[in-house]
Ligand binder design. Structure first.
Ligand code: GRF
Length: 206
């Protein structure tokens, strides 16, 4: 990584891509010293692909075939991403668990966004499960975290940023989802800015 060059981000998505959008916007606005060099989706219909194309960012589709071995898919996915020489791989609404066949190509360089606090509600439907837990009096709040993905653990790994999100008695699930997405949209930028700054500092100190 050259500290004078913007960091190269590969963003992996599966759907809407609202978090991808805030990353694209923050790069364009100079809030992040970075550029998105590729967006990869495992879903050909992901709206996030349109968001990438709209700003002339390469949009790659890599769908896992039913009969394909998960690790073979991950190895192929890594090749697609490696072609763009990213400094960081950002999982922003990427709905597949990545095996070491992918992760070993990007050691210490994969960052995940998860709509729950560390150690809570790993996996899919985290917001719905938090909402249900609140209705059953099991939790008082939920949250959002951004963390490194060092291994095959699901939604765990060194935490880069986290924020509590309150759940209110009158909340519908949709209201809670909206509040969580709002927090995600600033926490992902805050976490990336901090990581990019610290890696650029440590690089320049060498
Ligand atoms: C986000 O809540 C993300 O944390 C979760 O999936 C959602 C994706 O939203 N894993 P978007 O595609 O970025 O709009």
């Amino acid at each position: 990584m050259n500290k004078k060059q913007p960091a190269r981000l590969a963003v992996l998505i599966s759907g809407n891509g609202s978090n991808l959008q805030v990353v694209l916007d923050a790069c364009a606005a100079g809030e992040l010293a970075a550029q998105v060099v590729v967006v990869v989706s495992n879903n050909a219909d992901a709206f996030g692909l349109e968001r990438a194309r709209k700003v002339q960012v390469p949009a790659e589709i890599k769908v896992k075939q039913r009969a394909q071995d998960r690790r073979a898919y991950d190895a192929e996915l890594a090749k697609v991403v490696l072609d763009y020489h990213p400094d960081w791989v950002i999982l922003a609404g990427w709905m597949r668990i990545l095996s070491s066949e992918f992760l070993e190509s990007f050691p210490g360089r994969v960052i995940n966004l998860h709509p729950a606090l560390p150690g809570t509600f790993p996996g899919t439907h985290a917001i719905e499960r938090a909402y249900d837990a609140y209705q059953h009096g099991q939790i008082e709040h939920t949250g959002v975290m951004v963390h490194l993905v060092p291994d095959e653990g699901v939604d765990c790994g060194p935490v880069l940023a986290q924020q509590v999100v309150p759940i209110l008695p009158q909340d519908t699930l949709e209201a809670l989802e909206g509040r969580i997405h709002g927090v995600e949209h600033h926490l992902i930028i805050e976490a990336l800015a901090s990581v990019l700054q610290s890696t650029s500092l440590s690089f320049s100190e060498k």
